[in-house]
Design a protein. Structure first.
Length: 294
């Protein structure tokens, strides 16, 4: 028992086994606190409910000399009122804390120096950067997860400068995807024809994993990317290696305008790892082979 109690003192347990640390982004601490405190409240309620159930089973068990059935219909107004009021208070309390945190993390960043436009596509990512008057892009190519050592290095990489507020604009080129960086504790759907936003400030340098969290087709499990949080100087250097301009909506797939290309695109990015026009589906016409290598 002592070992179980002492294990609760570890940092991992105190954070509810969430990835990252409390300092990974400017939102990590409040998101972690909401998660952990919600579980503590749920555990307390669960223990109380289990205790009352056990007490009822013991106190009102059938006695040796009991005959027939006990009274089947009964009511207790004070008790039933208590059972109604307490859950309402609990739900409203949880809603209040959740709403407060959600409003905090979803507040737009005023005059953010960096905007990253993210396009999800079957089954890779495009990243458009707007920073300090520069417009750059990286066209991602789907990973080939064949067990080869070092394949993680071939994934599209999202570069972010440490301690710089970022506005993410999330879009989809084809079907519904979901942008998820587990260490950032943020996940949001990418819906065709709609732009969703995430605002945060990375506070720790390092490499993190990103992935699509919405089942989006045959190779959903290979729709991965890396996140590199680096110094501002290194971030500028990485930008200088990228292509100029943005990859915009002209590369989206539209099944109504090109149904044959839409069907063909379901098997894109296999074998040679290219992104080619309507046969590849993701980029709509321009050959972007090799741009994911930057």
């Amino acid at each position: 028992m002592a070992a179980v109690v002492l294990s609760g003192c570890s940092e991992q347990v105190q954070r509810g086994w969430l990835p990252g640390t409390r300092e990974t982004t400017n939102q990590s601490a409040e998101l972690t606190d909401l998660w952990v405190n919600s579980w503590i409240a749920a555990l307390i309620v669960g223990l109380a409910a289990w205790a009352m159930m056990l007490w009822c089973m013991v106190a009102y068990r059938r006695r040796k000399n009991d005959k027939g059935y006990p009274r089947q219909m009964a009511y207790n107004v004070p008790l039933e009122t208590l059972f109604t009021v307490i859950p309402i208070i609990m739900v409203l309390t949880l809603w209040g804390f959740t709403d407060r945190v959600q409003r905090s993390v979803d507040t737009p960043v005023e005059d953010s120096p960096l905007t990253v436009q993210v396009y999800g596509k079957q089954w890779a990512w495009d990243f458009n950067y707007s920073y300090d008057g520069q417009e750059k892009h990286l066209a991602g190519v789907q990973a080939q997860l064949d067990g080869t050592e070092g394949v993680e290095e071939t994934l599209p990489t999202l570069y972010l400068p440490v301690d710089v507020p970022v506005e993410f604009e999330l879009n989809s080129r084809d079907v519904i995807h979901s942008f998820w960086v587990p260490a950032f504790l943020r996940k949001l759907d990418m819906v065709p024809g709609k732009t969703n936003y995430i605002y945060l400030t990375p506070q720790e340098e390092g490499r993190f994993q990103g992935k699509c969290a919405e089942l989006c087709g045959e190779y959903h499990s290979e729709m991965l990317f890396n996140v590199e949080v680096v110094s501002e100087a290194e971030f500028r250097e990485q930008l200088s290696r990228m292509e100029d301009g943005h990859l915009g909506e002209e590369y989206n797939r539209n099944p109504n305008e090109n149904p044959d290309g839409w069907r063909d695109s379901q098997v894109q990015n296999q074998g040679d790892g290219t992104l080619r026009g309507e046969s590849g589906g993701s980029t709509g016409g321009e050959d972007l082979t090799g741009e994911g290598d930057n």
